[in-house]
Ligand binder design. Structure first.
Ligand code: SF4
Ligand code: SF4
Length: 336
């Protein structure tokens, strides 16, 4: 059964997220524009919630790219443009969007898998990132080689370390204008002994100590991100009959203090077709953001309306429990 603003199809044993909230999840003024440029990626990680890979061909069209550039230039309230994918660098529109956003004075985040630096044609990316002063957010799901290579593929750890060393040489992690943040993703559960993501600050300290001692690496912040049961993660959970138990576990760790800080509050997430969502997770599950009239929102409708504030209530679903469990989770890590 699909309710108006809350997809609740999982099970009677899971409390509908909207019911748990006790009130509609209201959108705040938009500050962040996150753009998923497409599904092309040089890796195929097991935890990938967008199911990206080298054989995927979906990417931004020139028309949507122009609309996004217009949106970025037109609305000063957009403080940050957050580029993701796939590997955003491999998808059409990456550099034009970066350059128009930077020229408009926005902060730009690139969510890079780092190994892209070693693919033919992308070797100049570290210098490009530094020249444009992009904030790099890079996935390194563990500081130990075996765990990273199991999740992301053989050799990924070595390439990631070499890439971070290259960024450090350019000033990332030391120069305040060149910020490098790493992302910790837990492994997808394989038994019902679920656990919450570790304490972010404690894990950051462990990463910093280990990576500095072994490789002389420096970075700014570590973001811990909870696995949401969508995409490949949901597939793997379903395969082991763990989807329902995992949702129940997340629900049992619901923390109402996270709600005010959820990233969907002040963010728009746009796909390569120009459709608008409340967050990247809703985008992957094809849950479009709605206007108060109930219409699906698009970038062209935002341009036509002349305002970004077209959403009253955020669309929620059972997987939202992944964002509210424990200390909470977002693309910027823990919420508390
Ligand atoms: S690098 Fe990122 S986008 Fe690419 S497959 Fe891995 S998780 Fe997905
Ligand atoms: S998945 Fe998380 S960020 Fe997205 S709508 Fe639900 S609570 Fe908000």
């Amino acid at each position: 059964m699909v309710q108006s603003k809350d997809l609740e199809t999982v099970s009677e044993s899971i409390t509908p997220f909207k019911q748990k909230l006790g009130a509609p999840l209201i959108k705040h003024p938009i500050r962040v524009l996150q753009i998923n440029l497409g599904r092309r990626c040089n890796l195929t990680c097991t935890h990938c919630h967008v199911e990206a890979g080298p054989t995927r061909i979906e990417e931004l069209s020139p028309e949507v790219c122009s609309q996004l550039i217009e949106l970025i230039q037109k609305f000063p309230q957009i403080e940050t443009v957050d580029l993701t994918g796939g590997a955003p660098e491999m998808n059409y529109g990456f550099k034009p969007i970066v350059e128009s956003a930077r020229a408009s004075g926005k902060a730009v985040i690139v969510r890079s898998n780092l190994t892209i630096f070693f693919e033919p044609g992308y070797e100049d990316l570290p210098e490009y990132f530094a020249t444009q002063q992009l904030r790099v957010v890079a996935s390194l799901p563990c500081y130990l080689e075996e765990n990273v290579d199991t999740m992301r593929g053989k050799g990924v750890y070595d390439d990631s370390i070499r890439a971070i060393q290259r960024l450090n040489q350019l000033g990332y992690g030391a120069n305040p204008e060149l910020q490098l943040d790493l992302v910790y993703n837990p492994a997808v559960p394989t038994t019902d002994s679920f656990s919450l993501t570790p304490n972010q600050q404690t894990l950051e300290n462990s990463y910093k100590t280990y990576l500095s001692e072994h490789f002389g690496i420096a970075f700014n912040n570590l973001f811990t991100i909870t696995n949401l049961p969508i995409g490949r993660t949901k597939f793997h959970l379903n395969h082991r009959h763990l989807h329902q138990p995992y949702l129940k576990f997340l629900e049992s760790n619901y923390n109402a203090n996270t709600v005010e800080h959820l990233m969907c509050r002040d963010q728009l997430s746009v796909d390569y077709l120009g459709n608008v969502y409340d967050c990247d997770f809703n985008q992957m599950e094809n849950l479009s953001a709605k206007t108060p009239e109930g219409d699906n929102l698009t970038v062209s409708k935002l341009l036509e309306a002349g305002t970004l504030n077209q959403i009253e209530e955020i669309v929620t679903a059972p997987f939202c429990y992944g964002c509210t469990a424990g200390s909470g989770s977002s693309c910027g890590g823990s919420l508390l």
